[in-house]
Design a protein around this ligand. Structure first.
Ligand code: NAI
Ligand code: MG
Length: 348
């Protein structure tokens, strides 16, 4: 019998990150219990605590050690005691850029039993393919005369033909594998003419290689309207780093909230480990109280299983979540109660 071991880097991080990752790992164990796949976890102490203790965010040694793993499970990073931007840029974005996570996948799915704030949500089942390594998030910019009336502050959006084509190609492939086979490009090419037309031309050109996929285009402002009035119209959305960040929070809101929203930072070429994390942050307002919903992390674990070539186990985890959500109603359960219920369902 061929056995296989998954080397998993675990960055639980701060606040509720620690609580939800514990439950995510319990469900992972349950999913693999009946297989010949084992997991070895390596915890990495990264985040606010480490920064306070050593002033470090992510060292070259940390990065080299993380690279040797098959995947990364991340909880959440951030604390009010750390100045805004230090951990986001120095840790989270650094991981995504260094490990070439150019596909940031965020499903927007309204599960049966989950209440949407929309009066008539209809069926919601789309996925946002957000570019992860370019756009305005690369840190190409700077400021001079800071704090004076003559301050100049620039953030440059970087869009390369190479970077746009690879993520657009990935998005078309995902659209082709879905029943509706539809792709929507979201940008703002009437104003951001340089980047916008590169994206538009790239989608048109790559579409020729995926003739069975239909595509359309929306300006980002119109996309926010349709996400509210007719989210069923979306199947695969491809967009840049900033628009994707914003649209996926809206997507989380209309599909039942931040406690359910999963994400994957994927390196499709597999030259470095991909990273799986809930969309939410460290929630300092409820941290340490056992109130955090671990479901988003568990769904991120399902995405990880899928990426690691274990689609049957991924489907079992997602089915366990779906079944739990149907029965959940308005009941208040602790982090551990939800995690245990999901792990029990996965075990069957
Ligand atoms: P947040 O997502 O941590 O919290 C927003 C609200 O949602 C809070 O009221 C929180 O209690 C609630 N919430 C979040 N996750 C929940 C869960 N699983 N179950 C139940 N309720 C949940 O966003 P916020 O407050 O803006 O940021 C807090 C810290 O997290 C900041 O330091 C921020 O920079 C960081 N952050 C980190 C992210 C990451 O690690 N990827 C993503 C977003 C924020
Ligand atoms: Mg965000």
């Amino acid at each position: 019998v061929m056995t296989r071991n998954i080397e998993l880097a675990v960055v639980a991080g701060d606040g509720i990150g620690i609580e939800v990752v514990e439950q995510g790992l319990a469900v992972l164990d349950a999913a693999l219990a009946t297989t010949d796949v084992t997991v070895t976890t390596t915890p990495f102490n990264l985040g606010a605590q480490r920064w306070h203790a050593t002033g470090e965010t992510l060292t070259d040694d940390d990065l080299a050690a993380i690279r040797t793993h098959d995947a990364i499970l991340l909880g959440a990073i951030g604390d009010p005691s750390v100045p805004s931007g230090v951990l986001e840029r120095g840790l989270l974005l650094k991981l995504r850029f260094a490990l070439d996570h150019y596909v940031n996948l965020r499903p927007g799915k309204l599960y049966p039993g989950v209440k949407s704030p929309l009066a008539e949500p209809g069926e919601i089942d789309f996925v946002v393919v957000r570019e992860g390594t370019e756009g305005p998030y690369v840190g190409n910019g700077g400021a001079i005369r800071v704090g004076t009336p003559h301050e100049v502050a620039n953030e440059v959006s970087v869009n390369t033909a190479f970077g746009v084509e690879r993520v657009v190609r990935d998005a078309f492939a995902r659209a082709q594998a879905r029943p509706r086979k539809h792709l929507t490009l979201v940008h703002k090419h009437n104003v951001l003419v340089h980047a916008g037309h590169l994206w538009r031309r790239t989608v048109e050109a790559v579409n020729a290689d995926f003739p069975d996929v239909t595509s359309d285009y929306l300006h980002v402002d119109a996309a926010t309207i349709f996400l509210t009035t007719n989210p069923s119209r979306f199947d695969v959305i491809v967009t840049d780093n900033l628009f994707g960040d914003i649209l996926t929070d809206q997507a989380a809101a209309i599909t039942g909230g931040i406690g359910l929203a999963a994400s994957a930072n994927i390196n499709p070429d597999r030259t470095a480990p991909s990273m799986f994390e809930p969309v939410h942050g460290s929630a300092p307002d409820i941290a340490g109280q056992g109130k955090a919903d671990p479901t988003a992390t568990v769904l991120s674990v399902a995405m990880m299983l899928d990426h690691l070539g274990l689609p049957v186990e991924a489907a079992r985890v997602e089915a366990a979540v779906a079944a739990d959500l149907v029965e959940r109603g308005g009941r208040v359960r602790s982090t551990t109660e939800v995690g245990t219920a999901l792990a029990d369902r996965v075990r069957g």
